[in-house]
Write a protein that binds this ligand. Sequence first.
Ligand code: UDP
Length: 324
Amino acid sequence: MSNILVTGGAGYIGSHTVHQLLERGYNVTVLDDLSTGFRDAVPEARLHICSLFDTEQVTQLLVRQQIDAVVHFAAFIAVGESTKDPEKYFTNNVAGSLSLFSAMAAAEVKKIVFSSTAAVYGNPVSTPIPETAAIAPVNPYGETKATVERVLAWLDQCRGLRSVRLRYFNACGANPEAGLSERHVPETHLIPLLLKAVVTGQPMTIFGTDYPTPDGTCIRDYIHVDDLAKAHIAAIDHLLAGGASEVFNVGTGRGFSVREVLAAVEAVTGKPVPHVFGDRREGDPAELVADSSQLRNRLGWTPEYTELERIVASAWPSEQRRWA
Ligand code: UDP
């Protein structure tokens, strides 16, 4: 079986992907500096605590483990923080990736799956958004991901580095059977915050009710973390089979408003969500929904979690413990 290095494997999407890779028999090595990841999210023996910036050590790890392909999650992901401290984001997400790519060049590893984001599209002119839509990020976080995507396109041309760049929409849910969950600090994502409000009784804020959508709240494409993980496996298999570089959106293709997500949380928990209505959050487009037909048609991927209630139900046990 192939040897896969997962950077950022102790994080939310990384740990769910590591779990699926192991289940499918891949030999997995995790590289994480534990700056935002959790030691207990991955099997201890697989974890190498190391900075992406230590090009020499990363090169040695790639060589020693005879890595065939890399899945690169390690990055900072908070949009708001990226607007306050852009240097931190460009350094970590762009320079950190360049260090990894240099190590891969030195170790002659020529396949990579890269975590990108719908944030590369900024405020799209229409939805669902195809991969051919304009790249026009509206915050430094999105710009770091768009930059690394462009670097990867050049590394394909100049060095034959094959990459699949996956543009995630709204990652959510958890895998309770595997003991995995979302644990961002601070938490900024909608579903965990709705569940937190249920547990604590403290109201959460709905950011904006005057958007040009049917109920006035923002519409997003909520994609379960296990479906995201499955997209990474499909991308790895594509590259290991000698496939060319590709860019794919990862979303269900269906949008839900904030009010609809709130209703799903109330249905699953059987409790009202204490909430207040606030101003719009800066930089939030009204509607972001993926056209994921490329990933479906080309790699045979289909999402299993298409109902909000199932997504929320998968997150509920861990969120109950988290906020109790
Ligand atoms: N949202 C909200 N209140 C919150 C957090 C999020 O109303 O406390 C809204 C946010 O404005 C967006 C949607 O929920 O329309 C999803 O936001 P999230 O931060 O989960 O993901 P993003 O879309 O920023 O990637």
